[in-house]
Ligand binder design. Structure first.
Ligand SMILES: [Zn+2]
Length: 1021
């Protein structure tokens, strides 16, 4: 051994030496550079390239700052490669401290991401290869479209973060030294292994020696030394693994939030930048695979950037660009209802199938705030058997104890789930992350396989050359896992084969974080709920019109409306975690969907009704209904109210249209209200309710079962305003400590009777809430039900406050029950374990229920999603006031309702599902009489079998209906229908035939398993 170059044994100092040398090496990748001619056009908005090509440009210099934030600036770049650059690889280098895109001949070629990008101070993608081997004298003409925002938009909470955005720092041509580049990445891998392998491992020592030897070998003036240094690296990196090594499938990916800290309009450009960059990389790195989820994003490219879309289709055929995920967007799964989740898959898979010839077997949801227990069945019925996320690594209380397991849903359906162990979907594919991936993997005893998702994400970006160079060197190196580019389908098939004795996780994958997202941005939740109902109604009425009146079914219009609603279910729109502009867009979408939905409803009704003097009552739900409703002007009824309207009782069958007059019933039962000095007593045959002058319920006696429902000495309908100051993630998080600090307990300052029976009694109250807000409420009870309704209007002007309404109940149970999509889940009412404690706030659909085995109380809502039940206090989350990322989130007027429904039997057996449906969708009448007397399609004989959807079949042939068992009971049911159908088949959620069904006459016996979803296709006659 030559003593002069003997490695000195001081690990830390040697590592510092390696770091210093690495920076020097990096600085030599580009040798010569020259400025380009640059001219600039400040665009009026996000314009087309054609418009930008013909605009007026003016000369501009480096150092200029382009503003305002969110503005678009186009640049024309002109240069001639010098003759003495002959033979060199030439790159264009650009840094506008913002996002940008290179255009050549009117086509997007590659995204660029400058400094101050949210990931780092330095640019993460600044180079665009112009020519691999210059001849000298080539004319370079490019266009750059720069968007004055970074990956993460513009910070709304910390303006200092934005100070660096929009500065033009670099615009030049430069010679790229591929020799140095290659050595640099060899060196990075070896040095990182020295740094990040366990210090006491043989390979860490060997790596330290090899990297240090490379430093000693490289002589900047002697090109042969470069070759010697590469040989040192090659020798080290060629030492391979044993057969037992972990196998890591690396998947290129860009998590592009469909909207978040930027509006949808910017997302489309993020897609262009990201997809064009990925396509470029595919040319240089044939092994590279890029996974792309969210049909909506690909559809935007198809419609608005057709040439880019063609390039994508070509690479899909080549197996490099891989559409995956199966859904329209990556949706939130707490708030959308069951049919919405179905449509996410139906329209997502349909798009993938039509455009790329195959559906996806993988549900791709890396970044969603909790996963409904309904999903495994919905996935299975939509052709999906694999599930990927990593979000639960963010759990605050309990980190996932498995990374590869079977996930079993409500009905027992199972899918194979994998959580990439690196705990991010935005890995940079470094040695450090690859090693952490293996160390963190919880299932080594069961499988050798795991996934690493690499690529800049959230705001798009995707994989970079730096990532690919590192992966290229990590294939089979002793000390690292086996690293291979693989498609997600390949990965899951390998995992399925390899996973031994898998563990099973049963039920929801509750996310122990971001619990404020059940409540933030109330208007988007309200909009989503009303649109889901509207589309449900329109589909039923249009089906009826198609069958009874031969009216054409509005396929295209409905598809477009559904797609708009589904897009807004994206996991940062519906949860309420986006910027203000996103919610302005969402509001406009809901307004349009509701208006267009109304038009379609009217059109369907027009063909079902004849113009005449009378009215028709329309029941769009699958249950028989008996309700008190306001009747049309001039009708005879039983109670005149202060609006001048007349109340009457009507009764109608499921999914039925009937002349209003034939549905009216003379009601003999009455409801009364008495006022005394303590408050009000509301009483009918079923309940007696006492309300104090504060507007709180002090007693609620259910008379049939002789039950006092309210906890003794407690007050129900009790409003509490808490301080709501999350330590992080303002709009996302309601932290466990919020309940410790009460700011205000608002009570009524005015209260009076507004309706006195006999069909309905109602009191109205007003109160101040907090410092600036007011709340008005009516509390009503009809003669025919135990249900107490609370209709509420709030003018909300609070800051970092959480308004909840509490119902301390005289019941005892260790769990409460909450509606989830197509069923229910139970969650603890105590904090015994960290898992119980973590669920201090939980999502639900339209109801939560707190019951003993023979009696209970449901709390219904018409647009809310956050509940809690601790001890015996059931509560509903009403409003929050986060200030980031939307400083005005939830400020202004709100109108919502909730209801308390005491009932015998448990919710599984009761009709709480229907009770909540009716509460959300009050009966409506329309002018005109039905074209025939009995406009009704289907009926089911079991109350727990919900006929939830009636729609035209996607293939245009007949009707598809969806039925669900929602009580958790094996059930024998009979479905009846009235029309002639040629053929009945069961089908999956994509409406693919499962099997033919033999039926006798116009009825069909169907056996349901608990929570089973069954879709039937009735072919037209
Ligand atoms: Zn996301």
């Amino acid at each position: 051994m030559n003593g002069d170059i003997c490695m000195q044994k001081h690990r830390d100092l040697t590592l510092k030496r390696l770091q210093t040398f690495q920076k020097l090496l990096e600085s030599k990748i580009y040798t010569k550079a020259m400025p380009v001619e640059l001219s600039h056009f400040a665009a009026p908005g996000r314009i087309k390239v054609e418009e930008a090509m013909h605009a007026q440009y003016q000369t501009v210099t480096l150092g200029t700052r382009f503003q305002p934030f969110w503005s678009t600036h186009w640049f024309k770049v002109h240069s001639i490669i010098p003759n003495d650059w002959e033979g060199q690889e030439v790159h264009f280098l650009w840094d506008s401290s913002s996002e940008a895109c290179i255009w050549v001949d009117g086509q997007p070629k590659q995204g660029l991401t400058g400094s101050n990008n949210g990931y780092s101070d330095d640019p993460v993608r600044s180079a665009f290869p112009v020519v691999l081997k210059a001849t000298g004298g080539e004319v370079v003409n490019l266009m750059v479209e720069a968007a004055m925002n970074n990956f993460f938009g513009i910070s709304t909470s910390d303006p200092r973060k934005n100070e660096g955005i929009g500065w033009l720092r670099q615009a030049e041509l430069a010679i790229f030294d591929r020799n140095v580049w290659n050595i640099y990445w060899d060196y990075v891998i070896v040095a990182d292994m020295a740094r990040y392998l366990p210090q006491d491992s043989p390979r860490a020592g060997q790596a330290l020696f090899a990297a240090n030897q490379m430093v000693n070998t490289i002589d900047w003036d002697d090109l042969t030394s470069f070759q010697l240094a590469r040989e040192i690296a090659a020798e080290f990196l060629s030492q391979t693994n044993g057969e037992g090594q972990h196998r890591l499938s690396v998947l290129g990916h860009a998590h592009i939030d469909t909207a978040w800290l930027w509006p949808i309009a910017e997302t489309k450009r993020k897609c262009v930048r990201t997809f064009s960059s990925a396509l470029n990389l595919m040319e240089s790195y044939p092994q590279f695979r890029f996974v792309c989820s969210q049909a909506q994003q690909l559809n935007w490219i198809k419609l608005e950037y057709p040439a880019l879309y063609q390039r994508i289709q070509k690479k899909v055929r080549a197996g490099q660009f891989i559409p995956a995920g199966g859904t329209w967007v990556e949706p939130d799964t707490n708030v959308p209802n069951g049919e919405s989740l179905v449509r996410q898959f139906l329209y997502g898979q349909k798009f993938f199938d039509q455009e790329f010839g195959a559906i996806s077997e993988i549900f791709w949801e890396p970044d969603v705030f909790g996963y409904s227990a309904a999903l495994p069945q919905i996935m299975r019925l939509a052709g999906v058997k694999y599930f990927l996320t990593q979000k639960l690594s963010w759990n605050e209380f309990n980190k996932p104890i498995r990374h590869s397991f079977l996930w079993e849903g409500l009905d027992g359906s199972r899918v194979l789930a994998h959580f990439p162990p690196v705990d991010t979907y935005n890995s940079l594919a470094t040695v450090k992350e690859v090693l952490f991936n293996v160390k963190n993997y919880q299932d080594h005893e069961r499988s050798k396989e795991s996934i690493l998702l690499y690529g800049y994400g959230d705001g798009g970006g995707g994989p970079s050359v730096e990532m690919l160079e590192q992966i290229a060197r990590m294939g089979n190196v002793d000390g690292l896992p086996l690293v291979e580019h693989r498609s997600p389908q390949d990965f899951f098939e390998r995992l399925e084969h390899d996973l031994k004795d898998p563990t099973v996780w049963v039920g929801e994958l509750y996310f122990e974080n971001h619990r404020g997202t059940y409540t933030s941005q109330a208007a988007v939740k309200l909009g989503n709920r009303r649109c889901e109902e509207k589309l449900h109604d329109v589909e039923f009425l249009s089906s009826l019109a198609m069958l009874f009146s031969k009216s054409p079914y509005p396929f295209e219009e409905l598809l477009e409306l559904w797609q708009q609603v589904l897009t807004n279910q994206f996991h940062d729109i519906l949860p309420g975690s986006s910027i203000a502009e996103v919610y302005q867009d969402a509001k406009a979408v809901y307004k349009e969907v509701l208006a267009n939905g109304d038009q379609l409803r009217k059109k369907a009704l027009k063909s079902l009704l004849k113009e005449s003097e009378g009215y028709t009552l329309v029941n769009t739900l699958g249950c028989r209904r008996l309700e008190v409703i306001p009747l049309p002007e001039g009708s005879s009824g039983q109670q005149v109210i202060d609006t001048g309207e007349i109340l009457g009782v009507v009764e109608i069958g499921p999914y039925q249209l009937q002349p209003l007059e034939t549905t009216k019933k003379q009601e003999n039962r009455i409801v009364q209200i008495i006022e005394d000095q303590h408050g009000f007593t509301l009483e009918n045959d079923f309940v007696q309710v006492k309300i104090n002058m504060n507007g709180q319920i002090t007693s609620l006696i259910e008379k049939t079962n002789h039950r006092q429902c309210i906890a003794i000495h407690e007050f129900a309908n009790q409003f509490v305003l808490y301080e709501d100051l999350p330590y992080d993630y303002d709009a996302w998080n309601a932290d466990i400590y919020y309940a410790e600090k009460i700011k205000h307990r608002p009570v009524a300052n005015q209260i009076r009777i507004v309706e006195s029976g006999p069909l309905r009694v109602k009191i109205a109250l007003e109160m101040k809430v907090g410092k600036e807000s007011t709340l008005k409420q009516t509390i009503s009870l009809t003669a025919i039900s135990t249900q107490i309704d609370f209709e509420t209007w709030v003018e909300w002007q609070e800051s970092h406050s959480f308004l909840r309404v509490l119902f301390p109940l005289n019941l005892r149970s260790s769990f409460a029950t909450y509606e989830t999509q197509y069923g229910w889940v139970q969650r603890p009412t105590h904090y015994n374990t960290s898992f119980d404690l973590a669920q201090f706030e939980v999502p639900a659909q339209r109801w939560a229920d707190f019951s003993e085995p023979d009696f209970g109380i449901s709390l219904l809502n018409n647009c809310k999603y956050g509940y809690a039940c601790h001890g015996s206090v059931l509560s509903l989350s009403l409003l929050r006031a986060p200030k980031d990322p939307d400083p005005n989130a939830d400020m202004g007027a709100h109108h919502f309702s909730y209801a308390l429904w005491p009932h015998a039997l448990t919710p599984q057996l009761s009709t709480v599902w229907w009770q909540a449906a009716q509460f959300n969708q009050p009966l409506q009448f329309v002018k005109g009489l039905p074209v025939q007397n009995d406009l009704q399609l289907f009926m089911v004989n079991a109350p727990n079998i919900i006929l939830d959807t009636i729609k035209a079949a996607e293939d245009g042939d007949g009707i598809v209906i969806r039925m669900v068992e929602v009580a958790g009971i094996h059930t024998k049911s009979v479905l009846y229908w009235k029309n002639e159908f040629l053929l009945v088949e069961t089908c999956d959620l994509l409406e693919r035939k499962l099997e033919s069904v033999a039926h006798s006459g116009k009825k069909l016996e169907i056996d349901f398993k608990p929570f089973e979803i069954i879709s039937l296709h009735f072919h037209a006659d």
